[in-house]
Ligand binder design. Structure first.
Ligand SMILES: [Zn+2]
Length: 150
């Protein structure tokens, strides 16, 4: 079970999970634009030809310019307000994700730097007595062998 969590930690920290999550979120946000495009422009166009009722506007969170539709509605009702709303929401979502990823990358690079600093080699093995000694030692403190290279 411990190995399972270790593997999961490795997998999660690789960035694959974050990349996938971003893909899903961006995909969903872009899907909203496509839906809005259809609902706001394509459906009304089709309906105006067919004479059917104009499709209702869709409401998205955070930003709502659907009020624009009332002014825009003339002969042909194109709900571009909802479409603009979808685009703005997409930009906001992308921006938030970008900021999040930037912060995460910064955190991860700090972690990496620390690790690298810890991994800096400061010791070597004496070829005579196999003891661990300082890397710049010219004489082994254990066996007093001369380590100076010729
Ligand atoms: Zn030695």
């Amino acid at each position: 079970m411990k190995k399972f969590f270790e593997e999961f930690k490795k997998f999660a920290l690789k960035g694959n999970v974050m990349d996938m999550a971003i893909g899903v979120i961006i995909g969903a946000a872009f899907g909203a634009i496509v839906t809005s495009l259809t609902d706001s422009f394509i459906n009304p166009l089709i309906n105006s030809i067919g004479g059917a009722e104009v499709a209702g506007t869709i409401k998205l969170p955070w930003v709502d310019y659907t009020g624009l539709d009332a002014e825009a509605a003339t002969a042909l009702s194109l709900n571009y307000g909802a479409f603009i709303t979808a685009i703005i929401n997409f930009v906001i979502i992308a921006l938030i994700l970008f900021i999040m990823i930037k912060a995460m990358n910064k955190l991860m690079s700090i972690g990496k730097k620390k690790k690298e600093e810890e991994e800096v080699v400061t010791t070597k093995i004496c070829p005579f007595c196999k003891s661990e000694i300082a890397i710049d030692a010219t004489r082994c403190p254990h066996c007093t062998s001369n380590l100076e290279e010729e």
